[in-house]
Design a protein around this ligand. Structure first.
Ligand code: 5GP
Ligand code: ZN
Length: 144
């Protein structure tokens, strides 16, 4: 890791403890930026997690050096889970179902539609008009 790479660790964080080896994990991949391991409360067989080795609660707080390593690791894990249908999920905030406040990406196999394992997704289409979408677009664009 270069001298300019930011680091951050929170002693009370369960995922920082996993990174530090203070509590065990079923490690799939570990390098200087990311750690991938099996989820111990899986919603499907082979449910795995990829986390940056930097303590940040929200994805938007993750330094780019770490964020850049997440997707290649997630891709490697997704290839290894033995299921070619899967969801990649990253929750931010309690309303968005985040429980552990250290950024993590879920890799969740979706075996079939007929059992209840894997991610269930609501997709509440809001029926916005093109004018409404354009109005929202202008606001988002102005913040980019
Ligand atoms: P969230 O709802 O925050 O997106 O998901 C947190 C995930 O972390 C859950 O799927 C939960 O099972 C998993 N998890 C929580 N504590 C531990 C732990 O100590 N070890 C592992 N391997 N997974 C954990
Ligand atoms: Zn942490």
């Amino acid at each position: 890791m270069s001298a300019s790479t930011p680091t951050k660790h929170l002693a009370s964080c369960i995922f920082c403890k996993i990174i530090a080896g203070e509590i065990p994990s079923f490690t799939l991949l570990s390098n200087d930026k990311v750690h991938a391991f099996m989820d111990i409360g899986p919603i499907a067989k082979n449910h795995a997690l990829v986390i940056p080795k930097y303590h940040a609660p929200r994805f938007t707080d993750t330094p780019d050096e770490y964020a850049a390593e997440i997707l290649p690791a997630a891709k490697k894990v997704a290839k290894a889970i033995g299921c070619d249908e899967y969801n990649i999920l990253q929750n931010n905030g309690r309303n968005a179902h985040q429980v552990v406040d250290h950024v993590h990406f879920h890799i969740i196999p979706k075996e079939s539609d007929s059992d209840d394992s894997g991610l269930g997704i609501g997709w509440p289409t809001q029926g916005l008009s093109m004018d409404q979408i354009k109005e929202e677009y202008e606001k988002v664009k102005s913040r980019m």
